[in-house]
Write a protein that binds this ligand. Structure first.
Ligand SMILES: *[C@@H]1O[C@H](CO)[C@@H](O)[C@H](O)[C@H]1NC(C)=O
Ligand SMILES: *[C@@H]1O[C@H](CO)[C@@H](O)[C@H](O)[C@H]1NC(C)=O
Ligand SMILES: *[C@@H]1O[C@H](CO)[C@@H](O)[C@H](O)[C@H]1NC(C)=O
Ligand SMILES: *[C@@H]1O[C@H](CO)[C@@H](O)[C@H](O)[C@H]1NC(C)=O
Ligand SMILES: *[C@@H]1O[C@H](CO)[C@@H](O)[C@H](O)[C@H]1NC(C)=O
Ligand SMILES: *[C@@H]1O[C@H](CO)[C@@H](O)[C@H](O)[C@H]1NC(C)=O
Ligand SMILES: CC(=O)N[C@H]1CO[C@H](CO)[C@@H](O)[C@@H]1O
Length: 908
């Protein structure tokens, strides 16, 4: 039965095969050029060192899981640090109006009078100066002092792994070495000032090697085997050690070899099992799925829960402290299902921060204390995970390997891992930022490791992690409090140095879609003083890649994101459960809520301005249809974005209206579609390569889309132009930005490289931008070839309140002086820009409007870019009003059926 379902979905995949090949070739090229071009245009992002990985994940080996790509140091990072302070890449659309309209008071922190020690490292001083609250500055200064005095964590920790040989420091002899073929094959390092057998043994121990060899005074070599070139005369190993002249540190091409006391490799392997086999009458394992969730993708979360749901297992949900919408939506689940619980303690975690580890330790502790939840395995998931095999298959696998712990190691050399992961740096989290404070020395006596933070841990080990309080555990907990990405290393190090060291399987149960050229763009530099990577979303064309893992012990894929590509999720469902599960209404629809009236945090003013204009449009539309139907606006309830077959299909505005004079209330939902004013005039020569151009904010360089899905922009929005190209010859185009008063805000040339690419350009305009319709023109050889228009909406709202005459004067009149460094008047002719001053006069008049006239201006502008497609109602309207379809019977409304995300009828 299951086999035939799989077979039928394989056929489904075959249909797409040709498309896959073509698409993946194009996509590969696109990745490469997207990246090279990005470097040209985004000069502020500095990346030192390139990833050596292939562009796309390998199909024949597991992708490597270390996330960190590059290290920034010295002057490079100073510069980057300053940029961090000036501009924050996320939350871009929420620039505080105060920044433009007035001054922000900066609390002056007198470091000299506060600090308990002399802080002189650049990194610490930079962090303290950039931190925004006084409390955070003080904490950073304290950590910097404790770091200097080595008080943050113990300098050595015990190792309880029973596999260890316990002969640390045993001298194995003096052995020959050659330059062409090294005797000890592991990593090596020079310690010119403090080399000694002890230093070298500690170093090789930390990297997980059994042997350490000191050579040529200052060199230290690590390896798993020694003696390949034979023994040397002991007199050849006679150079005194720089760190301890009483000891000998080898000689020229001869090394003194010592045992570190470690065992060989600890890893076990585990194969996929075909069916549940119970060994020694073991019962099938019970899994607790720990979902750490962020964002507003409640439909996708429900869909994930639906496929992994089984009354035998448990579901523990943590919603980020800032995501009240998601929390509110999911909360009722725990009343309906006894095996679902939401964490009431909520953390606001940041990428890479110590808060993530704190959060997991808290969940573990809580989960151990729920007496009626008899779970065996702790499996970590997020909203962007999706199963790629049935959950029964995971349960069968974990039952067979009961007792083992599943953690994926980085798979490279540990020295490199420590450096790239910043484990040799001290970090501290405050003000929702992870600050880099300086270098640190890792404790002696422990083997370091790390890799993926997707974990599958056995209850006994989780209990040990929480309940035990030996010096290894307490020391590691302290050490990881000051680390970047602690969750990617803490459990690895704990497991390998504890009595559980023999239970490790090097597998994180996940297939991760790394595309480092796209995923490593320092996209977290606004929250972390480091460059981090993130995996890409799977798309339809990745089906073959996923199928390559059919016979491997890999149960989840990441990332899946329905708003980017839902088709691949549908395909996974068909693959796992057969086509019947996808032959349901709404299968190609995806809804994501952007605003809910119960949200404490209101959307940015420009969004609220447009949402309210949408409602007025909707009522005018109804009034035109039936003059006798007198409706008035009561309330905006929700805004949802709707995608159909992975294309934008409108903004849905759920709102309440009141019938005048009866006072009867009705809830309506209106779908509006946006117009795209992109046009190409006579594409000729290389311009044929242009695929599209669009202006927006919140660009996601990884998925190459604007996360401001409705492209709503106001005078303070940090706008950017995205332009996409197919393959062809390299050439140069000019871009000009023209404001609503026909002022040329900027003009510049950009080089378009040969291959397919999507690029972004963010002009650095002085704010505020003049509200109205803007035009971007693209020129080649002094001819306008393509253009697009976008709306900078005048705001009816500022800081959540109706805007005042004094405020419009500051916000709606354009910048003081030029947008850019200079004036581009001379380009008006070639750009066919009207030289008359009329547009400027109209703009000035508009800039004085407040109240009703401003609303009408907003409405007339919004109507240029948005059109009403349909309106439905939740209750039948009275006879004198237009007859509207009931929302649940439409295919687009947020109230139309969506069985794939419906948990109530779930029978599994
Ligand atoms: C740090 O910067 C120096 C130059 O300031 C450079 O030589 C060195 O390679 C850099 N280190 C790393 C790890 O990138
Ligand atoms: C090493 O010491 C540990 C802890 O004392 C012990 O459990 C283990 O059996 C010892 N290993 C060997 C090979 O003797
Ligand atoms: C668990 O999941 C989250 C993603 O939601 C991840 O960032 C975290 O580090 C994971 N693992 C651990 C051990 O915390
Ligand atoms: C949990 O860990 C504590 C401390 O190590 C130990 O005393 C206790 O027996 C453990 N409980 C179980 C059920 O393993
Ligand atoms: C410039 O704009 C004015 C008013 O909008 C219009 O009357 C005039 O014809 C335009 N001139 C050109 C050259 O398009
Ligand atoms: C929970 O159960 C109640 C009553 O049975 C039902 O109204 C509600 O829709 C259910 N909620 C979910 C999320 O299943
Ligand atoms: C808008 C605003 O915050 N303005 C302040 C700028 O700074 C002066 C003096 O520091 C204050 O008096 C203003 O209130």
């Amino acid at each position: 039965m299951a086999a035939s379902r799989i077979a039928s979905s394989r056929r489904l995949c075959f249909k797409y095969k040709y498309f896959f090949y073509v698409a993946s070739v194009i996509f590969g090229l696109q990745l490469f050029l997207g990246y090279s071009f990005y470097n040209l245009t985004q000069k502020e992002i500095k990346i030192m060192g390139q990833p050596s990985d292939d562009v796309q994940i390998q199909v024949d080996r597991l992708p490597q899981n270390d996330r960190i790509k590059s290290v920034t140091n010295g002057s490079e990072s100073e510069q980057q640090d300053q940029e961090n302070g000036v501009e924050s890449p996320s939350d871009e659309s929420h620039v505080a109006p105060a920044e433009v309209l007035g001054n922000m008071s900066k609390n002056d922190f007198n470091l000299k009078s506060y600090q308990k020690c002399q802080i002189d490292t650049k990194e610490a001083l930079s962090a303290i100066s950039r931190a925004s609250t006084l409390n955070c500055k003080k904490q950073l200064a304290d950590v910097a002092c404790d770091l200097a005095e080595e008080k943050l964590f113990p300098s050595s920790l015990p190792n309880f792994c029973p596999l260890n040989k316990n002969n640390t420091g045993e001298f194995m002899g003096c052995y020959k070495d050659t330059v062409s073929s090294r005797d000890l094959l592991g990593p090596h390092k020079e310690f010119p000032d403090h080399n000694s057998p002890k230093t070298c043994i500690n170093y090789c121990f930390m990297l997980g090697y059994q042997y350490a060899g000191v050579q040529f005074t200052k060199e230290c070599w690590c390896g798993e085997r020694y003696g390949s070139h034979g023994e040397a005369d002991i007199l050849q190993c006679n150079s005194p050690c720089p760190g301890n002249p009483a000891k000998k540190c080898g000689g020229f091409l001869s090394q003194a070899v010592y045992s570190t006391g470690l065992s060989t490799k600890l890893k076990h392997s585990a194969e996929l099992v075909k069916e549940m086999v119970m060994i020694n009458n073991n019962l099938p394992v019970k899994i607790v799925f720990v979902l750490t969730l962020n964002g507003r993708q409640v439909r996708q979360v429900r869909r994930l829960l639906r496929v992994i749901y089984n009354s035998h297992h448990y579901y523990y949900i943590h919603v980020d402290a800032r995501q009240e919408y998601l929390y509110r939506e999911l909360l009722p689940l725990q009343d309906n299902f006894s095996n679902v619980k939401l964490s009431h303690v909520r953390f606001a975690t940041i990428w890479g921060g110590a808060s993530l580890l704190d959060a997991h330790l808290h969940f573990m502790s809580e989960l151990l204390s729920i007496t009626d939840w008899a779970w065996d395995y702790y499996v970590n998931l997020s909203e962007s995970d999706y199963p790629i095999k049935r959950i029964e298959s995971l349960a069968a696998f974990l039952t067979k390997y009961r007792g083992y712990n599943f953690l994926k190691s980085h798979g490279r050399d540990t020295q490199n891992f420590i450096k790239k992961q910043g484990l040799d740096k001290t970090f501290f989290e405050c003000d929702h930022h992870l600050w880099r404070i300086g270098s640190r020395t890792l404790p002696q006596g422990i083997r370091m490791d790390g890799g993926s933070d997707w974990i599958g841990l056995y209850r006994e080990f989780v209990n040990f992690t929480i309940k035990e309080s030996n010096p290894l555990l307490t020391g590691l907990k302290k050490m990881y409090k000051y680390a970047l990405l602690p969750a990617e290393s803490f459990f690895h190090v704990l497991l390998q140095n504890s009595q559980f060291c023999n239970s490790w399987v090097d597998n994180n149960l996940h297939l991760t879609n790394w595309r480092r050229k796209q995923g490593c763009k320092c996209q977290y530099k606004h929250i972390v003083d480091w460059c981090g990577c993130s995996p890409n979303d799977f798309k339809t064309s990745d089906m073959d890649k996923i199928m390559n893992y059919e016979n491997k012990a890999t149960f989840f894929g990441r990332k899946f994101e329905a708003i980017v590509n839902q088709d691949i999720i549908n395909q996974m469902d068909a693959y796992m459960y057969g086509n019947s599960v996808i032959n349901v209404p709404g299968i190609n629809s995806y809804w994501e809520n952007l605003y809910h009236h119960q949200d404490g945090q209101k959307p940015a003013d420009q969004f609220m301005t447009v949402y309210q204009s949408f409602i007025r449009m909707s009522l005018r539309h109804l009034a035109q249809k039936a003059k006798t139907c007198n409706l008035k606006v009561v309330n905006l309830l929700e805004v949802t974005v709707h995608y159909l077959s992975d294309s934008f299909h409108g903004a849905l505005i759920l709102h309440q209206v009141e019938l005048v004079p009866s006072g009867e209330k009705f809830t309506l939902e209106t779908r509006l579609d946006k117009s795209d004013y992109y046009q190409v005039f006579k594409p000729e020569g290389p311009m044929e390569r242009l695929l599209h151009m669009e202006v927006g904010t919140d660009y996601d360089p990884k998925e190459e889309i604007f996360r401001n899905y409705l492209l709503i922009m106001g005078p303070l929005s940090p706008i950017a132009l995205r332009h996409a190209w197919s393959q062809g010859v390299e050439f140069t185009v000019s871009i000009a930005w023209i404001d609503p008063a026909n002022v040329i805000a900027a003009s510049y040339d950009i080089l378009i490289p040969k291959t397919t690419n999507t690029a972004i350009h963010k002009p650095t305009f002085l704010k505020p931008l003049r509200p109205g319709v803007w035009t971007v023109k693209m020129m080649h050889n002094w001819k306008v070839i393509a253009e697009t228009q976008f709306l900078i909406v005048p705001q009816t709202i500022l800081n959540g309140k109706p805007i005042t005459p004094a405020e419009v004067d500051l916000l709606h009149n354009g910048p003081k002086g030029h947008y850019d460094s200079k004036d581009f008047e001379e380009l008006k002719e070639v750009l066919n820009v009207n030289v008359s001053t009329e547009a400027m006069e109209i703009a000035k008049l508009n800039a004085r409007k407040v109240g009703k006239p401003l609303q009408s201006l907003v409405d007339s502008l919004v109507e240029k870019f948005w059109g009403i497609q349909s309106i439905c109602s939740l209750q039948g309207l009275p006879k004198n009003c237009p007859k509207l379809q009931l929302c649940p019977s439409t295919l687009w409304s947020s109230h139309s059926p969506d069985p794939k995300s419906n948990l109530e009828k779930s029978s599994r």
